[in-house]
Ligand binder design. Structure first.
Ligand code: DGP
Length: 114
């Protein structure tokens, strides 16, 4: 855990946040500023700054995150489809430097993004 990381605090339960899913290694919660009817953040409990910082030894964790996203999409009834986004670094528009995947759905999403 990184003591000055917002998402580490959320993952540890230090901030009062409703978890939509929790496993030993992953948590999911609503985005504070939703841009779609369903907008969930899925994060590892372990502090990893971004997708660019994932290590080979994180591969099982990354698989667990993807399966969590699959389960959430099913639980949230995103039967018509959904989008998964990992903003990475400055050009990628990342604002919180703890790896997170946005799960977006509940409306038709446009492409390309801005
Ligand atoms: P990104 O720009 O990809 O780094 O996304 C960060 C997201 O985190 C952004 O959509 C807003 C969300 N967010 C920021 N602070 C909080 C918070 O305190 N609680 C929750 N639930 N979401 C937050």
């Amino acid at each position: 855990m990184s003591s000055d990381c917002l998402f580490c605090k959320i993952a540890s339960g230090a901030l009062s946040t409703e978890f939509l899913l929790e496993t030993d290694h992953v948590v999911a919660f609503h985005d504070l500023n939703p841009v779609a009817p369903t907008h969930i953040l899925v994060i590892p409990k372990k502090h990893i700054a971004s997708l660019a910082d994932v290590q080979v030894q994180d591969r099982e964790l990354m698989g667990e995150i993807m399966l969590a996203i699959r389960d959430l999409a099913k639980n949230q009834a995103l039967d018509e489809g959904f989008r998964v986004v990992a903003n990475t670094g400055t050009d990628g528009g990342q604002s919180v430097f703890h790896l997170h995947f946005h799960l977006l759905g509940g409306r038709s999403l446009q492409w390309p993004p801005g």
